[in-house]
Design a protein around this ligand. Structure first.
Ligand code: F6P
Length: 341
């Protein structure tokens, strides 16, 4: 078979191991692989690269994606859809494997309806994709964020300060929640739960009163300021997405103002998206990569390879992209009991 491969959306550790697994499994079948550069943009503009064994064999430990990525979504215009279909026809593609998050996999679902045989591979450091237990990229991002949080606690303790750590997470607070719990944070803020500044300040004051003079607060970048009207506007990228970042600074200033404790902040941003994938992410990426090729050969299109209770199974793309997987309030409340002290 002739199989195209692309990676779309934000990069994350695990993409290269997944590409490697796809290529190695497909070569086993005797397939021909065609890589598209920069996600759907590459299919649209017929920008290809060969995917060979020599190229992919050593990349299991590499972050990023050798195929490069972009947030181009072909469903945004008819012209773009037609260009993608024309490339697929010209290159005689039998199938396309799209690695991505909600946006990329939503596009794969839409392109299936246009007659392109797509199979999805879920990835995102945000872990906010439905129909899979975990996505690769999440565990690697956590490893970096927890390491940063642990380091910040050292300086917080030494200087009797509060440190606010801001991590990625636009709509879903999975990274902040897991980072906060794993680093023993004193307070965790996620986009799903409105910011309650009086409660946060009360908590810090109580902490200081009982003799703990330092603290760590972990927040998602997607946490919104309370309705003060104060400059919550962000610049937008070329696809119209807000470039988030900075809520940690606002929270730090409010804590300092409300408690009198020296408070600093760090925005981790893209740092968590880089670096070598953790062993878990290499394992997960490899397994979903292998499964995607098998799904192509089974004609299981319009599906993605998902992790379900330890098994890798095919689930409909429609189910995966219907709704973002956000943190349930009950889970947040469960964890919140730890910062009631
Ligand atoms: O991949 C998802 C994500 O990591 C979000 O958490 C974050 O807001 C966004 O990507 C940033 O993307 P970009 O690299 O396009 O700025």
């Amino acid at each position: 078979m002739r199989i195209g491969v692309l990676t779309g959306g934000g990069d994350c550790p695990g993409l290269n191991p997944a590409i490697r697994a796809i290529v190695m499994r497909a070569l086993d079948y005797g397939d021909k692989l065609i890589g598209f550069r920069q996600g759907w943009k590459g299919l649209q503009e017929a920008e290809t690269m060969p995917l060979t064994l020599d190229l992919v064999e050593p990349i299991i430990d590499q972050g990023g994606t050798i195929l490069e990525s972009s947030r181009t979504n072909p469903l945004k215009s008819r012209d773009s859809i037609l260009k993608c279909l024309a490339t697929a026809k010209k290159l005689r593609l039998d199938a396309l494997i799209a690695l991505g998050g909600e946006d990329t996999l939503g596009a794969a679902h839409g392109m299936c309806a246009e007659g392109l045989n797509c199979v999805g591979v879920p990835k995102t450091m945000d872990n906010d994709l439905s129909a899979t237990d975990y996505t690769f990229g999440f565990h690697s991002a956590l490893a970096v964020a927890v390491d940063a949080a642990d380091r910040l606690k050292d300086t917080a303790r030494s200087h009797r300060r509060i440190l606010v750590l801001e991590v990625m997470g636009r709509h879903a607070g999975w990274v902040a929640l897991h980072t906060g719990v794993s680093s023993g944070a004193d307070y965790i803020l996620i986009p799903e739960i409105p910011l309650d500044l009086p409660d946060l300040i009360k908590h810090v004051k109580q902490m200081v009163k009982r003799g703990k003079h330092w603290g760590l607060v972990v927040t998602s970048e997607g946490v919104k300021r309370p309705q003060t009207g104060a400059g919550a506007k962000h610049a937008r990228d070329e696809f119209g997405h807000e470039k988030l970042g900075g809520i940690g600074g606002f929270i730090a200033a409010e804590i300092e103002k409300g408690t009198g404790v020296d408070t600093r902040y760090v925005t981790l941003g893209h740092v968590v998206r880089g670096g070598a994938p953790t062993p878990f992410d290499r394992w997960l990426a490899t397994r979903v990569g292998i499964k995607a090729v098998e799904m192509v050969h089974d004609g299981k299109f319009d599906h993605m390879a998902a992790l379900k209770g330890g098994n890798i199974v095919a689930v409909p793309l429609a189910r995966a992209v219907k709704k973002l997987k956000t943190v349930p309030r009950a889970l947040y409340e469960e964890v919140r009991t730890l910062f009631n002290q």
